[in-house]
Design a protein around this ligand. Sequence first.
Ligand SMILES: CC(C)(COP(=O)(O)OP(=O)(O)OC[C@H]1O[C@@H](n2cnc3c(N)ncnc32)[C@H](O)[C@@H]1OP(=O)(O)O)[C@@H](O)C(=O)NCCC(=O)NCCS
Length: 195
Amino acid sequence: MEIRRYEPKDEKGWVRCRVLSFLDSAYFDNVLRQKEAYENPSIELVAVVEGEIAGLLELEYEVEEGTICSRGKGLGGMIWHIAVHPDFQRRGIGVQLLREAEKLAQEVGIHYLEAWTRDDEWVNNWYEKNGFNNVQSYLHVFMDGKEELQSSIANKMDDLHIVQAFAHYAGDDIEKVKKSFKRVHECICYDKQLM
Ligand SMILES: CC(C)(COP(=O)(O)OP(=O)(O)OC[C@H]1O[C@@H](n2cnc3c(N)ncnc32)[C@H](O)[C@@H]1OP(=O)(O)O)[C@@H](O)C(=O)NCCC(=O)NCCS
C-alpha cells in the first residue's frame, strides 16, 4: 500500500472509492460525481493498493485564521473527506492517511484539524481513537412524505409540491425533532490540536 498525493489521473478511482466507502454510513446518499476542488491550499492524499484507489483524505487549510474552520485558535485544517474502500477497511489505511496528512499539515504550520461527521458509532469511535475531541453538534433532518412536509414546511407557490427536503436544526429541542421525523442524524464536530 502506498500513500501519495492525489493526481488528476486518479479522479475516476477517487470517485468510486468515495461512493463505495460511504454506502454503509449515514452519508450513503451523499454522492459526488467528481472530485472537489478547493479555494485554499489543500493536502489531497490517496492510498493505492495494486494500482487501485483504496482510500482518500482531503484537507483544506487556512492561510488566515477563521476562514475555513469554525473554532479553535491559530490556523486550522478542515478534513472534508476521509474514506476507505469497504474491501480495505479496518486494515490501518485510514490511520496512515491521517498520520501523513497531520505530518504535512504541521510542515505548513497548521495548528489544529477540524472534521464533521454524522452519527455512525464506528466512525465516531475511529475519530476518538485517533485523538479527536467531540466538541459540538447539531442535527441533519431529512423530510420525506406528506405528513412530515406539511407539519414543517409551508408551500408558498401554487402547484409546487415539495416531495423531499433537507434541513439543519441547531436548537435545543432535539428530542422533539427526532420524534417528528424518521431520518435525523446528529452531525458532530471533532477537533484535534496538532501543535
Ligand atoms: C472511518 C474510516 C475512514 C476508517 O478507516 P479504516 O482504514 O477502515 O480504519 P483504520 O483501519 O484506520 O481503523 C480501524 C478502526 O476504525 C473503526 N472501524 C473502521 N471500520 C469499522 C467497521 N466497519 N466496524 C466497526 N469499526 C470500524 C474501529 O475502531 C477500528 O478499530 P478495530 O478494528 O481495532 O476495532 C473508514 O472506515 C470509512 O471509510 N468509513 C466510511 C466513510 C466515513 O464515514 N468517513 C468519515 C466521515 S466524513
